[in-house]
Design a protein around this ligand. Structure first.
Ligand code: IDC
Length: 502
């Protein structure tokens, strides 16, 4: 009898101590909720972190997170701390604030209904509450999130937090990029001042940080690891009219909220349309903003009314000489040397000689950046060009433009012919309006186009980032130059955000 009692006692102690341990674990869990906001001084990256501490004496619930989110909104203007001038904080970073170490986890904005969130906000879990390890669980979770269409819902956040609480900080570091979260084993990361000042750690999570210098292989763009890569992004409108959208906050906003990985800077080349060399400054600012944000950038010499590129060839040469001298060592630069040749202009007679001259000038300075060459008929005749390609240089691509309201299957057929002749194609501009940039949207045709481009790994950039009263403009009824809400997007804009997720 005594033995049975003793056994019972021992079992009870074991169970109790297990419960107590679990309980302590939950009771002591401190969460610090943080939201970043940008205070960007010209050419200087500064992310300030809003910070509020909440000590939770129970398991974290959905309500807690929602409460944090609304509190954060309240303290936005007052209680913020600057981590350090060059710090962009990403999931998996360790940061030190007021001598305390934190692991950063990105999580989504919580919608009114508590459901789906955009990856946007930051949650930090105090580092010293990470203990124990459960690699498999984390990996499983990563798998689940991967399928989640770029959006985390509250359940995922809960799972992530709970999983993190039972994982060794020295063995797991999470990485967030674009559409998925992966976790990988790492050697111990010891947060210290030096580490916090190491900007590379953060930059390594941006599109350029991950994919590095691009090059052309066959018809594909490939990244620094030789993997096929597709650029997806937005073109500005003419910089002479809509330069306000070339700003640091907007680029970071579009990267983080829309998951673009590239921007295009449209520099109209025709003096009658407003070209002046002073506009080069806007391009230069744009390139720096893109670099800071880890985005690829297309420097577009936007011939249009000057349909023959030779008309303004001297300015083009000056322009690209200046740009390539400045950016020959950058990893994120793409030169587009003539937007849309049109009118009385032929590939063999006019465009190809122009391109060969420009490419020679650029290659004298920058020996490997991708150069994109316009094609006849407003950059549609890729099939014609494919028969007589530029030789002797690497990393040359050719432009295809379409406006889904006007250009349909026949133009995709031209693209197919060109691809079959091994022509690397880049859609540096398209819209789902008609070719005027206005008129009705053809969403169904636009979707067919996007499927076609994605299937063939053709990169694409949407026209245009402006609030102009035309249907191809992606903003509507707003003068804001960043942080746009869904209501401030035009139908083109709303469609684009969906297309970027596909
Ligand atoms: C359009 C703009 C419009 C502007 C016009 C002339 O959307 O606001 O008035 O240019 O500057 C292109 C051109 C691109 C055009 C666009 C729509 O590359 O500059 O923008 N388009 O017409 N090619 C086919 C269509």
């Amino acid at each position: 009898m005594k033995k049975v009692l003793l056994l019972f006692l021992i079992i009870t102690i074991i169970i109790l101590s297990f419960l107590v341990a679990t309980e302590i674990y939950a009771v002591d869990c401190k969460i610090v909720d943080v939201k970043y906001y940008n205070s960007l001084i010209e050419n200087q990256k500064t992310i300030n972190i809003l910070l509020e501490k909440n000590i939770i004496s129970r398991k974290i619930t959905k309500e807690d997170l929602m409460e944090f989110d609304s509190k954060i909104q309240d303290i936005k203007s007052s209680n913020f701390i600057s981590l350090s001038n060059n710090d962009l904080v990403k999931t998996g970073d360790y940061v030190t604030v007021n001598d305390e170490d934190y692991l950063v986890i990105l999580y989504g904005d919580i919608n009114q209904d508590g459901s789906i969130c955009d990856i946007n906000d930051i949650l930090m879990i105090q580092n010293n509450f990470l203990g124990k390890q459960d690699l498999n669980q984390i990996e499983k979770l990563a798998g689940n999130l991967e399928n989640n269409d770029n959006l985390l819902d509250i359940e995922d956040i809960m799972k992530m937090i709970n999983t993190y609480l039972s994982v060794s900080k020295n063995q797991i570091i999470s990485k967030l990029y674009d559409n998925y979260i992966t976790f990988e084993e790492q050697t111990p990361v010891i947060p210290d001042d030096e580490h916090n000042q190491d900007d590379n750690n953060n930059e390594s999570l941006t599109p350029v940080g991950i994919h590095g210098k691009l090059c052309v292989n066959g018809t594909n763009i490939v990244d620094k690891n030789g993997n096929k890569f597709q650029l997806k992004g937005i073109s500005t409108h003419g910089l002479q009219w809509f330069s306000q959208y070339v700003n640091q906050a907007a680029f970071i906003y579009m990267r983080d909220n829309w998951q673009i990985n590239a921007v295009r800077l449209a520099m109209y080349s025709n003096p009658n349309d407003g070209y002046t060399p002073q506009l080069h400054e806007i391009v230069k600012n744009g390139v720096e903003y893109a670099k800071n944000a880890g985005l690829y950038v297309i420097i577009d010499w936007h011939i249009l009314n000057d349909g023959n590129p030779n008309i303004n060839k001297d300015s083009a040469i000056n322009f690209f000489k200046e740009m390539s001298n400045l950016y020959k060592d950058y990893d994120n630069i793409i030169y587009e040397i003539c937007n849309e040749p049109n009118g009385d202009v032929q590939w063999e007679r006019d465009i190809k000689p122009y391109a060969e001259e420009l490419i020679k000038e650029i290659r004298n300075i920058d020996n490997d950046a991708i150069i994109i060459v316009g094609t006849p008929t407003w950059s549609q005749d890729v099939d014609v060009v494919a028969q007589n390609q530029i030789t002797g240089y690497n990393n040359i691509m050719y432009t295809l433009h379409f406006y889904a309201g006007t250009h349909k299957e026949y133009l995709r057929q031209k693209a197919i012919s060109a691809l079959n002749m091994n022509l690397p194609i880049f859609v540096t501009e398209f819209g789902i309006s008609d070719a005027s940039g206005n008129g009705n949207l053809d969403i169904a045709e636009g979707n067919i186009w996007i499927d076609f481009l994605n299937k063939n790994n053709i990169s694409w950039m949407c026209w245009n980032l402006s609030n102009k009263d035309e249907s191809s403009a992606i903003l509507k009824n707003t003068n804001k130059v960043t942080d746009w809400t869904n209501d401030e997007l035009s139908n083109s804009g709303k469609w684009l955000l969906e297309a970027l997720k596909r």
